[in-house]
Design a protein around this ligand. Structure first.
Ligand code: FMN
Length: 395
């Protein structure tokens, strides 16, 4: 019998239904389209906290996926901009983290550093950035492209981008704000530093105009899967958001990432692997099968739900059956946790909060409460010290 991982599983989720698949919105039971209605999110955030999710991840792209009239009529990727939504949700929650997606191709490092640092301050250490390069989507046409990296250049450029963002976060020492009212000293200039980065893609003097975030570096998540991606991610990311089909694939992927992290001078456990987890979950197996039938009635050609072949992967079942799978994957060391994709919101979050989370907690797979006060602490990740070595290295 293999020993259990010492760290309990980590869990994230999404609030993006009803546009998660070509037909998901048709399962929504409310009267009106909820996508731009804050009340929809206001109802889900406390549910996600009760379900002890570590974070909510807002995926994003900077264009409409598909303008072909028939498919556009069926579904369209329209949702609130992630930082705006996370800022609002931070006000009505106190423990859950917010992972917001921003592209290294169409943003400037200064803007990203400032927005994520601000979100981290205002949420008291619950911000995270999902680093994407916008390679798979038609994000280009609405932007000036003359100085942008070409798709094949983007992986390397994004590494420089992330390093610049981290350097900007480190441009303030943790104790640079003095706030000495008696002597009239607000901040200590000697503790705030230019970064003077002059690289292949970015020239940034700094310092940032926001003090160092509570987490030091807000959690860096990045999405992808290839060997190049793993190499890059193991240098700069805290969480790899990915997808694979079998436990064996997961064991190989995770071992590879940990090895690369170590080779790149990091502790192997400082990098978490959290694949997407699409599943149709019911109180009983019969309930789950009925949900799947419902989905197939409105989307007859969809054997896959968010990239997962649901039947082949055995991802239709009672919460206990699905909990067995989660436990198995986690015990085998194939994953550090998952990012759960609900089929129908908010009911699937309700089910997770009422049944799945308590079941996983009973088994010792999930923590029973939020152990830390920041997202980093809840994920079991160390807070980075200020690094002013000047090594904004691409190596
Ligand atoms: C699970 C997952 C989620 C992703 N989410 C986004 C996203 O929200 N926005 C985006 O622009 N790209 C997203 N991507 C695409 C990645 O950022 C990346 O461009 C792609 O996976 C290619 O990387 P790779 O083939 O080197 O692994 C996602 C990829 C994966 C695997």
């Amino acid at each position: 019998m293999s020993s259990r991982p010492t760290r309990q599983a980590r869990m994230g989720t999404h609030f993006m239904s009803p546009r998660w698949n070509a037909a998901g919105w048709r399962l929504y039971k409310g009267d009106q389209d909820p996508v731009m209605d804050f009340e929809h999110y206001r109802a889900m955030a406390p549910l996600a906290e009760r379900a002890r999710f570590d974070f909510v991840l807002q995926s994003d792209i900077l264009a409409l996926h598909d303008l072909e009239p028939d498919s556009f009529a069926r579904s369209v990727n329209r949702w609130p901009e992630p930082v705006t939504l996370a800022s609002a949700l931070a006000v009505i929650t106190s423990n859950i983290g917010f992972v917001v997606t921003m592209s290294t191709t169409f943003q400037e490092p200064f803007h990203v550093a400032r927005m994520i640092a601000s979100l981290d301050h205002l949420s008291k250490g619950r911000a995270s950035w999902n680093v994407v390069t916008s390679n798979d989507y038609p994000d280009g046409p609405s932007f000036r492209l003359d100085q942008r990296p070409k798709p094949e250049q983007r992986p390397e450029q994004s590494l420089e981008f992330v390093n610049v963002v981290k350097a900007l976060w480190d441009s303030w020492d943790d104790d640079a704000i003095v706030f000495d009212r008696e002597n009239g000293i607000y901040a200590d200039r000697s503790k705030v530093h230019e970064i003077n980065h002059n690289g292949t893609w970015h020239t940034v003097q700094g310092p940032l105009n926001v003090s160092r975030p509570p987490q030091g570096h807000p959690v860096i998540l990045t999405a992808g899967g290839s060997a190049d991606f793993r190499e890059r991610a193991s240098k700069m990311a805290d969480v790899l958001f990915t997808a694979f089909d079998t436990i064996d694939d997961g064991v190989r992927f995770t071992a590879d990432v940990r090895e690369r992290a170590q080779k790149n001078g990091r502790q192997p456990d400082d990098v978490l692997v959290m694949p997407t987890f699409a599943a149709i979950i019911g109180e009983t197996e019969t309930d789950a099968q009925a949900k799947w039938k419902d989905f197939q009635r409105i989307a007859p050609h969809h054997a896959r739900f968010r990239g997962t072949n649901i039947e082949k992967a055995g991802r239709i079942g009672s919460y206990r059956q699905i909990a067995d799978q989660i436990e198995q994957w986690w015990e085998a060391g194939a994953v550090d946790g998952f990012v759960y994709v609900p089929l129908e919101l908010p009911v699937d979050l309700q089910l997770w909060a009422d049944l799945m989370a308590p079941e996983l907690q009973r088994r010792g797979v999930l923590p029973t409460h939020y152990e830390g006060s920041t997202l980093r602490e809840n994920l079991g990740l160390p807070r980075p010290a200020v690094d002013r070595s000047g090594k904004l290295s691409l190596a």
